[in-house]
Design a protein around this ligand. Structure first.
Ligand code: COA
Length: 174
């Protein structure tokens, strides 16, 4: 998959069944410990308390159009970021930010008032993204990723600032 120069052609939409093979491939490309087979299908079809979004580049070759994915779990009044990934060829162009803003707004519409997530302590790209939204470190889980002896940071965003998220979304469409 080649990188495109124009990010405006990237469309966000709800994940669909047809996307699942590409979403799983993106997950394998993005994480050393990808989700087990069937996990995305479960989130999409069986979990009524998840927000599943993709970023699509309709101009990319067929079968390679999904360039970003996000799953949020709705746990009572909390939006837990279960996973977010952008294809390496499409990173640093704001797609992760767009996905996160849209996902949090949809979670808020369904009752979320705050957000929580775990992230590897060495994941600078992801931390930069989350800090930009106002997430704060509230905990450390030592050696959480045992294979790599890496700690997890627990981040929270409380409360969700809907005006900030709506304004951010506005900047993407202008
Ligand atoms: C984390 C990830 C989703 C970010 O996606 P992205 O589309 O590149 O993010 P964006 O382009 O929206 O960037 C968001 C912010 O991070 C910054 N950023 C992106 N990559 C960066 C890097 N390598 N170093 C520093 N900052 C970086 C951007 O400049 C932007 O900051 P800004 O507000 O100052 O403009 C992507 O790097 C990824 O898929 N990583 C692998 C999977 C992963 O680790 N997911 C997170 C699990 S917790």
């Amino acid at each position: 998959m080649s990188a495109r120069s124009d990010a405006s052609q990237i469309r966000l939409r709800g994940m669909q069944s047809d996307d699942l093979p590409q979403v799983a491939a993106l997950d394998r490309l993005s994480f050393a410990d990808p989700w087990p087979q069937g996990s995305f299908e479960y989130e999409l079809k069986a979990n009524n308390y998840s927000v599943c979004l993709v970023a699509e580049d309709a101009d990319a070759p067929e079968g390679q159009t999904i360039v970003g994915a996000l799953v949020i779990w709705l746990i009572v009044d909390e939006a837990h970021i279960a996973t977010i990934a952008v294809h390496p060829g499409y990173r640093h162009r704001g797609i992760g930010r767009r996905l996160l803003a849209e996902g949090l707004l949809q979670a808020a519409e369904r009752g979320a008032v705050k957000s929580l997530l775990e992230v590897r302590s060495g994941n600078a790209e992801a931390l930069h993204l989350y800090y930009g939204f106002g997430y704060k470190v509230v905990g450390l889980r030592p050696n959480y990723y045992q294979a790599e002896h890496e700690d997890a940071l627990l981040l929270d965003l409380d409360p969700l600032d809907l005006e900030f998220l709506r304004n951010l979304k506005q900047t993407f469409s202008s």
